[in-house]
Design a protein around this ligand. Structure first.
Ligand code: AMP
Length: 195
């Protein structure tokens, strides 16, 4: 593959989670990216959902850009299978490079690292630092509690509906991924049928 059809930055857990449905989802996301001749940008580790989405992207023929801080190379098992693996000085450089290399952002289930990355690109977007689409894949109801809290924050006037509208939350991969890629002004190379 020369030029990828799109570049999707995926934030997700460095752990596998309690339910195998999460790993299965990460694998399907990677397959979707590879099958549509896309590029995954992610944190560059082999552990948890992160490793799973990367290996599935590669297995399906996609490109993978991993970005990992030097201090986490051992802790998160740096993935030397990546098409490009960037070892950077610190977490700020990691997140900046990941954001620069992405056409769109997608969060899968994860922990505080995932939350922080999602909220950072969301706040950057509302401040106008970028205009890239942001998606939240709410599989198995994992983010139901967060989404209802955000509705509460909106009802209590600490957020407004326009801010909420900057995130597309969906429980369907087949709906959300094409929507994000198209909102970024790009089109997946292959058919958009379900995988
Ligand atoms: P987690 O969702 O906690 O399993 O973390 C997923 C990824 O987010 C890991 O690669 C973490 O290194 C990364 N991450 C990014 N920013 C942070 C942060 N401020 N605190 C913890 N992890 C972070």
């Amino acid at each position: 593959m020369n030029q990828p059809a799109f570049s999707l930055c995926v934030y997700c857990g460095s752990r596998p989670g309690a339910d195998t449905a999460y790993l299965a989802l990460a694998e399907r996301v990677g397959e979707w990216i590879g099958r549509h001749q896309g590029q995954l940008v992610y944190g560059g580790g082999r552990s948890g959902l992160m490793g799973c989405v990367a290996q599935a992207t590669l297995a399906a023929g996609g490109r993978v850009v991993g970005v990992i801080p030097r201090a986490l190379v051992e802790r998160e098992f740096a993935n030397h299978d990546c098409t490009e693996l960037h070892v950077v000085d610190n977490m700020h450089d990691r997140k900046r490079l990941m954001a620069e290399r992405a056409d769109a952002f997608l969060a899968l289930p994860g922990g505080i690292g995932t939350f922080e990355e999602l909220f950072e690109v969301w706040t950057w977007r509302q401040l106008g630092y970028h205009d890239k689409p942001i998606g939240l894949l709410n599989t198995a109801g994992y983010y139901d509690g967060l989404l209802s809290f955000l509705q509460h924050a909106t009802a209590e006037a600490f957020m407004n509906p326009a801010q909420m509208a900057l995130i597309r939350a969906d429980d369907s991969l087949e709906r959300l991924l094409p929507t994000l890629v198209q909102a970024a002004g790009l089109a997946p190379a292959a058919q958009l049928d379900a995988i």
